[in-house]
Design a protein around this ligand. Structure first.
Ligand code: NAD
Ligand code: MN
Length: 353
């Protein structure tokens, strides 16, 4: 067999606690899997002058099929020469889709009923306002006025919708109902050119796929989409959105999960995939041994699923579910009193049972 080589990039803070936890899980489900330790982050920047060393990118490109990224600390004030390695990695490796599932049987709706949620946000990762073309001008009164360019291309809109549609079809196939719902998020009542192009391209992708009857497609304005996420989280299934809307929606959706420490994501490109817990480096708890490893472990599961190891990914999900059901959790989860190591060992034990 030829197991995929995975780059492990802990980054800063609790990245150094949750990535070793995820490593134990990878080594348990795929014994002998080649893992390479790689540097990036603020500490790396302070040591070497580069937040993302070229050697890290080169090893990822030349030797790895996938990676698992922890979190990095970003300075609040602008530091000369520093730019976020995660944003750079998404660009360098063309990781155009950010896929963020949020599953929580205990999620509440706005009426206080425990309705649960099982949804996934598919965020375009390469354009929109993140092309970072800002400029400062002076208005007629001599005051500053700032502009930003928002780029929405047919190509990026098409490939992100194709990714979301594939996911919607997989979810439909795995359900007894045989159906799923794909929601296209936009604001084309105001931005008819940019968001209009996104929405029309999404519709065209659906039509080009033969309008599969298993998937119902709808669209929703981004502001009312946020409302709906909290009002009726159980009415949401697969959501596809341009970069900025997707960024905001996916953090909002993470709130439904109960703790940031539970929410995984995957950055997906044509030839590379990078798992990444949604949380940051959590300096307030770093080094205390209480970081929740579940988001990183679930991200490892998503990574394996995207690399074709669906059974292993499912085993990881089930083991995590079992451990959480038994109430073994870190303190960020209500009632949790376990350490990072306790939770990780419990998941390893559940995998070996
Ligand atoms: P954060 O996600 O690091 O922490 C927010 C809160 O959630 C904190 O109270 C933290 O203790 C808690 N938390 C987060 N993950 C947890 C886990 N696994 N287990 C238990 N508790 C957890 O966000 P922040 O405090 O806004 O940012 C801290 C640093 O992280 C900043 O430097 C920021 O730039 C960076 N950050 C990085 C990423 C990334 O690398 N993708 C994402 C967000 C923030
Ligand atoms: Mn964000």
């Amino acid at each position: 067999s030829s197991l995929p080589t995975i780059g492990l990039i802990p980054g800063d803070g609790i990245g150094h606690e949750v990535i070793p936890a995820a490593r134990r899980i990878l080594e348990t489900v795929l014994p002998g899997i080649p893992l390479v330790d790689l540097d990036a982050g603020f500490a790396t920047f302070e040591r070497t002058g580069k937040a993302l060393p070229p050697s890290t990118v080169q090893v990822l490109r030349d030797q790895c099929q996938g990676a698992l990224f922890g979190a990095v600390s970003s300075p609040i004030h602008k530091v000369a020469g520093y730019s976020s390695p995660i944003v750079q990695l998404r660009k360098e490796l063309d990781l155009y889709a950010n896929v963020r599932p949020v599953v929580n049987k205990k999620a509440f709706n706005a009426s206080g009923e425990q309705v649960g949620c099982d949804l996934v946000i598919v965020r375009e990762n390469t354009e929109c306002l993140y092309v970072k073309q800002e400029r400062l001008e002076t208005d007629a009164n001599g005051e500053s006025i700032a502009f930003a360019t928002r780029q929405i291309s047919q190509r990026a809109s098409r490939r992100i919708t194709e990714t979301a549609l594939r996911l919607a079809q997989q979810r439909a196939a795995s359900r007894s109902s045989g159906t799923s719902l794909l929601t296209v998020v936009h604001k084309s009542n105001v931005l008819s050119v940019t968001d209009g192009l996104f929405r029309e391209t999404a519709r065209a992708v659906f039509a080009a796929a033969g309008s599969p009857s298993a998937v119902k497609i709808e669209d929703q304005l981004v502001d009312s989409m946020v409302y709906r996420l909290f009002r009726a989280p159980d009415s949401v299934d697969v959501v596809v959105a341009p970069n900025l809307y997707g960024d905001i929606l996916s953090d909002a959706a993470a709130a439904l999960a109960g703790s940031l420490g539970l929410v995984p994501s995957a950055n997906v490109g044509p030839s590379f995939v990078m798992g990444e817990p949604v949380h940051g480096s959590a300096p307030d708890i770093a080094g205390k041994g209480v970081a929740n490893p579940v988001a990183a472990i679930r991200s490892a599961g998503m990574l394996l699923a995207h690399l074709g190891y669906a059974d292993e990914a499912q085993r990881i999900d089930r083991a995590v579910e079992e451990v959480m059901t038994r109430g073994i959790a870190t303190p960020d989860v209500p009632g949790g009193r376990a350490s990072t190591n306790d939770v990780t060992s419990a998941v390893v034990a559940a995998l070996q049972a």
